[in-house]
Design a protein around this ligand. Sequence first.
Ligand code: PEP
Ligand code: MN
Length: 279
Amino acid sequence: MNSPKCLGVRIGSVEFGTSTFPVIAGPCSVESEEQFATSLSLAHAAGAACIRGGLKKMRTKPDSFQGLGRDGVPFVLKALKNNPLPFVSEITDPRDLEWMDEVVDAYQIGTRNMYNYDLLKEVGRCKKPVILKRAFSAYIDEWIHAAEYIARTGNTQIILCERGIRSFEPRLRNTLDLGAVAYLKANADFPVIVDPSHATGDRDFVEPMALAAAAAGADGLLIEAHPNPRLAYSDSQQALDFESLGRLMIRLEKLLNSQGRELYRNKGGVISFRKELHT
Ligand code: PEP
Ligand code: MN
């Protein structure tokens, strides 16, 4: 399924773009010590390979929750010490590299910053892998050029993330472009993952689009999940609870196996949910 040119990218010990298929899961935002620690242990139990959580949020409305910023770092470090998983978080400003470096295993560049070339060059200078989301209005070629900005500055540890584009169709939050995934797998050197959460904006459609992404040849997924989705400070309507995530993982595993691929599993994950699915 993988393009022969695609080189693997490692986030911690988790490899993207080679034989196994990892899922990055977790809340849109780090909200509190308890919320993050609970999310981490539930993500771990569901079999997620990496945990996500925004420290700084790029919100459309200035009154919306903007993230805990640097104040969230001690919560994240404490939780990761008890329950280690690679941590993925969005960087919005090159000046944040200094404090984020202590806690982050991979930097996410959000849809609004794909065109922020100074930011791309700065993450290019660092040694950590970068998940580059597609701008919601970007042509595939512009997205690839954005990746080249990062690569040219010395960091080729890049994972592309399709998260939906703005189309004429307003019913769902965005339109998931799986054609782009198939195209990139045939034509680009970077692993490609899919975010079905921002692509749909509605938890009811996250699982079908996650499975469709795997069927289209994606190398992994980025999924928002929250211990209590209805209370999430950001992107509440699209967050899965962790039981739903666990069920999704089992269906995903079957689909991947039918393609001759394997779901990446952290030690301890998945098994507990398998029992539940069969009862
Ligand atoms: C996110 O992952 O929480 C996020 C803000 O994503 P995007 O930049 O794709 O909207
Ligand atoms: Mn979000």
